[in-house]
Write a protein that binds this ligand. Structure first.
Ligand code: SAM
Length: 170
């Protein structure tokens, strides 16, 4: 499954740390790209630095209009919008696992109504409010059944050898 992420919505105060963590989760949990409208070059530098050290080709693209991204993907990808008001992930994960290309939409504080209407799936990770970071991580794990953690990140400077006691990095 090819997975891309679209982060939308307005915050009263921009929160670069949360945005960076959404991107880090997307990369580490097997997505290929993130689109975002919180334009801070430091976030791109951080992600590029992580790619250089830890490998892979995860992409980040700054956008001005999130609807253009959805419209351009509508014919090739299924649009999955993460919202606490959506269908329970337990009910819908088997269907999503069969998809080949998905664009996962995560919000910030306020999500426009259009996001719900344009989605093929509105999905909740429980029906309590929590965070886009946790919602994204759980969705990515459920729809890939853990295989994302077998993925090789090519051309890395460092590789971790899992260890029972201590750090083993080559
Ligand atoms: N009222 C918002 C909502 O509709 O989910 C909560 C805003 S929350 C600070 C920011 C983002 O986290 C949401 O836009 C959504 O993508 C994600 N999120 C938070 N709780 C969630 C949940 N229980 N299920 C799915 N996504 C959730």
């Amino acid at each position: 499954m090819n997975i891309e992420i679209l982060r939308i919505g307005q915050r009263v105060l921009r929160d670069d740390r949360v945005t960076t963590h959404v991107a880090l989760v997307a990369r580490a949990f097997g997505a290929s790209k993130i689109y975002m409208n919180e334009i801070n070059p430091d976030i791109r530098d951080t992600i590029n630095q992580i790619n250089t050290t830890w490998g892979g080709k995860f992409e980040i693209e700054f956008i001005t209009d999130w609807k253009n991204v959805i419209n351009s993907k509508k014919n090739t990808s299924k649009i999955i919008h993460l919202t606490m008001y959506g269908e329970n992930i337990n009910e819908i994960q088997n269907d999503i696992q069969k998809e080949k290309e998905v664009l996962i939409v995560v919000g910030a504080e306020k999500v426009p109504r259009d996001a719900y209407d344009k989605a093929d799936y509105n999905v909740s990770i429980g029906n309590q409010p929590h965070s886009e970071i946790s919602a994204l991580a759980i969705l990515l794990d459920r729809i890939q059944n853990g295989v994302q953690f077998e993925k090789k990140f090519e051309n890395s400077k460092r590789v971790i050898i899992p260890s029972k006691n201590g750090k083993n990095v080559i």
